[in-house]
Every structure is written in structure tokens, then in C-alpha cells.
Design a protein around this ligand. Structure first.
Ligand code: NCD
Length: 312
């Protein structure tokens, strides 16, 4: 591959990606899909070791990275649950990442603080992949979400995307909306209760890029014109007061009844885990792609990123 601009780069925020980068990542993800479907695995990352350093709970992001590494023939150091690590002895993030950078070729980092991945990248001399920094960003999730959308519709341009749930604290919607602002004619609807409104600062970035953005509390009237319904969990762990969480936790519940007015050609997405915001009977709707396409795409996109970052 010529001019692989991702080689040895950090993945910190979706702001770093051009449309050309995204096209390269998606073309590579397609190749990864073919490899998995035909052979199951390859040895592109033979001899490379990746640290998966997770300071916050995770199962699918952790699992899909670990699967991606193994399907590429690489090895990994799993650090999950920092209660068992030197972090409880008071070790700083900068020390921890420098230690693991000396053992491994890249670090996948999930951390509760916004900006932690950037700090880690300043200290580590190996690529850092941000797997979620508090309420900040989740760039690899946004890429797999966009990959799912473009695969399904053959494009991202001119789609109407309705995001519903916790727009304030959901890092996946922060990253995905910025990524979508690179495409032409996308309409973005943010649907949330008032206390969970999308951050103003990111909103300004979107509108400055000419994106059509609407905000409202009511979901149902948007469904007939929506191509992608992206549902999120209310992020309980970000609330300082649980009674406010209780008031909004089930503000939106997607049911087969509600989806009767949803576009026939639309898709329902969710980064998962869900905690009641989509009822299980919706899984049977052919428009529901969260447990199927979206999850599998996570593995292909993460394989593609690792391949591009670690191989010239
Ligand atoms: C998301 C996250 O961690 O931000 N999950 C994930 O990575 N698949 C969404 C969430 O936890 O609600």
C-alpha cells in the first residue's frame, strides 16, 4: 500500500481523519472481512504485541480488539480491571503507558477522563488508540458505525440520522456526529431530554461545517424520514446524583409498535450495551443491525486500523 498515512499514528479523535483516510480504513476493513470469511485469520501482525489497557468497564470493545489482534496473528497484554494493577498503588497514567509501551507495539486505552488518550500519547513512544476517554470521544466506535452505515446504504451523503438517548454523555454520538459532518447533505437529529442535550461546543463545530442539525425531545414524528435510528444508553456512571438518572433512564424505549412509523429502508443501530432502551422483540425486526452487522463490523474495522497502524 502506498502512502499509508496511518502507519505508527495515534488514534485519538475523529478530528484527525480526512475522507481519504476513512476510505482507506474502509477498503482495508472489507479486505479483513474477506480474510475472516475465507480463512478466519492471517499472520499480518505476527511478532507484534498490543496492550489493551482498560480503566473502565468494557466487554465488546475489549473483546473486539482482542479478537481483531488474534485474527491478525498478533499477541496481546490484557489489562482489564485496574483494581488488580499497580494503578491502585498510585501509579500515574503516564508511568503506566510508558511501561507498557516498552513491552508492546501499541496500546489500546480506555480511561474515564476526557483527554487521557492525548496525555498517554504524549508520554508513550508507541501508538495509542483511544477506546473511549470518559465523555470525550470513541473514534474506533464512530468508524465502525460509519462503516455500517456506508455499507448498508452505499453512501453517507444525504442521509437523515436520528440519534436518541444520552446526547450529553454519550461519547459515541460525539465522535460519530463529527465524522458524519465530513459528508454532504447529512441531516442530524439529536433527540434527548433537556438535561441530556448534545454539548454546545461540538454542536458549534457541526454547524460551522454547514451540517443541518435539529434538536428536539420527541422522537416519534422524526421516524418516517429517518434512515438511521441510532439509540444510546443513558450513561449512568456519568451522573453525580442517581435520582436524576432514575428520572431519565427510560425516557426513550424503542418497541416494535414505535417502529411502525419508521422508514421501511431504515436501520436501527446501538453501540451496546443496551439497558432497556430497545426491547428484545425489536431484535427480530430486519432493520435492527446492532447485534449483527454493527458488532461484526467492529471487528473488521479494528483489524483494519491495527493493520494500518502497525504495518507499513
Ligand atoms: C459504548 C461506550 O463505551 O462508550 N460502548 C461501546 O464501546 N460499545 C457505549 C456505552 O457504553 O453506552
Amino acid at each position: 500500500m502506498k502512502n499509508n498515512s496511518l502507519y505508527l499514528s495515534d488514534i485519538l479523535s475523529v478530528d484527525q481523519f480526512s475522507k481519504a483516510d476513512i476510505a482507506t480504513i474502509f477498503a482495508t476493513a472489507k479486505k479483513m472481512e474477506r480474510i475472516v470469511k475465507t480463512k478466519g485469520a492471517t499472520d499480518i501482525l505476527k511478532g507484534k504485541i498490543i496492550t489493551a489497557l482498560f480503566y473502565e468497564p468494557s466487554s465488546r470493545t475489549f473483546g473486539s480488539f482482542v479478537t481483531a489482534i488474534q485474527r491478525l496473528g498478533g499477541g496481546f497484554i490484557p489489562i482489564q480491571g485496574v483494581q488488580f494493577s499497580s494503578v491502585v498503588k498510585g501509579e500515574t497514567l503516564s508511568d503506566t503507558v510508558r511501561v507498557f509501551a516498552s513491552f508492546s507495539d501499541a496500546i489500546v486505552l480506555r480511561h474515564p477522563e476526557v483527554g487521557s488518550a492525548k496525555i498517554a500519547a504524549e508520554f508513550a513512544n508507541k501508538p495509542i488508540i483511544n477506546a473511549g476517554d470518559g465523555v470525550g470521544e470513541h473514534p474506533t466506535q464512530a468508524l465502525l458505525d460509519l462503516f455500517t452505515i456506508t455499507n448498508h446504504f452505499g453512501k453517507a451523503d444525504k442521509l437523515t440520522i436520528t440519534m436518541a438517548g444520552d446526547m450529553l454523555n454519550g461519547r459515541t454520538v460525539h465522535s460519530l456526529s463529527k465524522l458524519l459532518s465530513l459528508y454532504r447533505g447529512v441531516t442530524l437529529n439529536f433527540v434527548s431530554p433537556d438535561i441530556l442535550k448534545f454539548p454546545r461546543e461540538i454542536m458549534q463545530k457541526l454547524t460551522a461545517r454547514g451540517m443541518r442539525v435539529h434538536e428536539q425531545e420527541r422522537l416519534v414524528d422524526l421516524l418516517p424520514a429517518t434512515d438511521v435510528l441510532y439509540v444510546t444508553r443513558v450513561q449512568k456512571e456519568r451522573f453525580s446524583d442517581l435520582s436524576s438518572y432514575e428520572k431519565v433512564k427510560h425516557h426513550y424505549i424503542i418497541t416494535p409498535e414505535l417502529l411502525k412509523s419508521f422508514k421501511k429502508t431504515g436501520i436501527v443501530m446501538h453501540p451496546l450495551p443496551r439497558v432497556g432502551e430497545i426491547t428484545m422483540d425489536v431484535d427480530l425486526d430486519r432493520r435492527a443491525v446492532y447485534i449483527t452487522e454493527q458488532m461484526r463490523n467492529g471487528m473488521y474495522v479494528r483489524m483494519a486500523l491495527l493493520r494500518l497502524i502497525l504495518n507499513r
